[in-house]
Design a protein around this ligand. Structure first.
Ligand SMILES: C[S@@+](CC[C@H](N)C(=O)[O-])C[C@H]1O[C@@H](n2cnc3c(N)ncnc32)[C@H](O)[C@@H]1O
Length: 148
């Protein structure tokens, strides 16, 4: 995989993206002319494949020049460059990582100074259900915070 040395103005990471619920929330909120680019990554190939199918059905182009760039990637060893993302979402991912402490350091490394990170660790399924409800009510910005 290659990355442009000149990333677009808004570059969003959907980390441990699963089937792309966050990617979809983001892309559906913006008009076609101003949709940000979303880099969606997950360790599980079937999740990435499912997101790619969704991208195709939604008319988002998946790939280097598209709205979405979906890849199989370990969140503990992200291969994205330093300071790449303006926004970084890790929704209900960290609790599934082995050695979870390595996840946040990669989020920090790849986030631009002044960028915004969203982390929903989801400590229990009870929390997950609450989170799902909050996400439904408030959208993906419910737990945004500036981490750099
Ligand atoms: C509960 S799902 C959350 C998916 C999505 N973020 C959402 O909010 O719907 C957890 C995801 O974490 C992924 N995952 C687990 N360990 C991972 C790792 N080390 N790196 C990247 N993704 C990982 C799983 O494959 C799964 O898709």
């Amino acid at each position: 995989m290659s990355f442009s040395s000149d990333p677009p103005a808004a570059a969003v990471l959907d980390n441990a993206c699963g089937t792309g619920i966050i990617t979809e929330e983001i892309l559906e909120r913006f008009p076609t002319s101003s949709k940000p680019k979303v880099y969606a990554a997950d360790l599980t190939p079937s999740m990435v494949s499912s997101l790619s199918t969704k991208a195709e059905s939604k008319g988002w182009v998946n790939g280097e020049d598209g709205l979405v760039e979906a890849s199989v990637m370990d969140a503990k060893e992200l291969t994205f460059p330093y300071n790449m993302f303006t926004h970084s979402y890790t929704d209900l991912g960290i609790l599934f990582f082995k050695n979870p402490e390595k996840g946040p350091s990669q989020i920090y490394r790849t986030l631009q100074p002044g960028g915004t990170a969203f982390l929903q660790p989801g400590r229990s399924w009870g929390t997950c259900r609450l989170c799902a409800r909050r996400r439904k009510l408030c959208g993906p910005t419910a737990l945004l915070g500036n981490y750099r």
